[in-house]
Design a protein around this ligand. Structure first.
Ligand code: SAM
Length: 298
């Protein structure tokens, strides 16, 4: 089945918000109630027993720990922006990955969190407030309309692009974030080909735009979809342009066993998680260009 009800046989993951608490202190605190292990691949991610409910736990309500799955936590970690960088989160609400970026950057540098939907901006602001991050500027606007040459963006070195998608990799009860008015159809045929085509067209435009920022060195394109048309096909269609700009596909989490569908040369660099076995079906592509010196090609 495409949509799973939350699977209580799978472990629960939580991400320690290192802006507020170090991982060892969080482990000590959580061990008072639960068996806790550190994830061996994603830094600051903790594994708790299946079915434990942490929603009301004080570490969650005070923002020291975020209830964030493993697949979702791999996205900002794949981008791995450095402290001090200027970073753009292109489609950012509700902001789970935005505040993860802030933690990875140790609160240093600047994150511009762009979000089109005004209502969702409120959720983004609430997530940022809870995280304690002080280096995030919220921008209520259309990522596609940001001018890459504008001095406000011309020094952006990393872009996280997690655009609206069909959400077919997530549980139905979390399909609340998927419908920007211009990118998605609202027909009864919820994940029909017309809707997927519209989403894919938007995703391609957004990825093309992300790759066009002059100083950008790292771009992550991610979805919570399992559809090839929103994942490998989007990457494949932009790859020639990306290469002409000096990018190549890099391999996020090389030890991870599940890679992109074998539909083009290079798809082995892509990362997938499985909707059943990994609890959520995510997709991550990482574009890197190394030959940048102060925003100019060497
Ligand atoms: N990265 C977020 C997180 O981890 O919490 C989830 C992002 S969600 C998949 C996609 C978001 O992109 C939605 O909130 C949607 O409103 C927003 N969006 C859609 N089109 C956009 C556009 N053109 N510019 C900016 N944001 C957009």
């Amino acid at each position: 089945a495409l949509y799973q009800t939350p699977d209580v046989s799978k472990p629960r993951y939580v991400r320690v918000n290192t802006l507020k608490m170090d991982v060892d202190s969080a482990v000590l605190e959580l061990r008072k109630q639960f068996t806790v292990q550190k994830d061996d691949m994603v830094p600051n991610l903790l594994i708790l027993p299946p079915g434990c409910d942490l929603h009301a736990h004080s570490l969650v309500t005070n923002g020291s720990v975020f209830l964030q799955g493993k697949a979702s936590s791999m996205v900002a970690a794949a981008l791995s922006p450095e402290p001090g960088w200027k970073v753009l989160d292109a489609c950012s609400a509700p902001g789970n990955k935005t505040v993860h970026l802030a933690a990875l950057m140790k609160g240093k540098g600047k994150i511009i969190a762009c979000e089109l939907n005004k209502e969702r901006v409120k959720r983004l602001e609430e997530t940022i407030r809870l995280s304690g991050a002080a280096n995030i500027e919220v921008l209520n606007g259309d990522f596609l309309k940001l001018d890459p040459k504008d001095p406000a963006y011309s020094e952006v070195r990393a872009i996280l692009l997690d655009p609206s998608c069909s959400g077919s990799g997530t549980a139905a009860n979390r399909l609340d974030h998927l419908l920007p008015s211009h990118a998605a159809g609202h027909g009864a045929d919820f994940n029909g080909s017309e809707r997927l085509n519209k989403l894919a067209a938007f995703q391609k435009k957004a990825l093309e735009h992300a790759l066009s920022f002059p100083a950008v060195e790292r771009v992550v394109y991610s979805t919570c979809s399992i559809e090839q048309i929103e994942n490998e096909d989007v990457v494949q269609s932009l790859l020639p342009l990306a290469i002409s700009y000096g990018f190549q596909l890099a391999t996020p989490f090389p030890k991870w066993h599940r890679r992109g569908l074998r539909v083009f040369d290079g798809s082995e660099h892509l990362l997938r998680t499985d909707v059943v076995e990994d609890k959520e079906g995510f997709f991550i592509a990482l574009f890197v260009r190394k030959d940048m010196v102060n925003g100019c090609k060497k």
